[in-house]
Design a protein around this ligand. Structure first.
Ligand code: ZN
Length: 69
């Protein structure tokens, strides 16, 4: 059996910050996001210099970049 691709889960941290959980990876909403188009950065962007991002329009993922971890 092949593993299923991880379904993105739109959720919030305990502080109320929007995040997307995709399998083991978590993305924070980029502070500069405006309107229906949003950019999300990997939570490891700072610690691991991960360049992975998600771009969503109306909560649908339209673009992804791979993780380095
Ligand atoms: Zn990452």
């Amino acid at each position: 059996m092949f593993p299923q691709p991880a379904e993105p889960v739109f959720t919030k941290t305990r502080r109320g910050t929007p995040v997307i959980q995709v399998g083991a990876y978590r993305f924070n909403l980029w502070a500069g996001s405006r309107g229906s188009r949003a950019r999300w950065t990997c939570v490891k962007a700072t610690t691991l210099h991960c360049k992975a991002i998600l771009v969503t329009i109306d909560n649908e993922i339209v673009k992804t970049k791979p993780h380095n971890h």
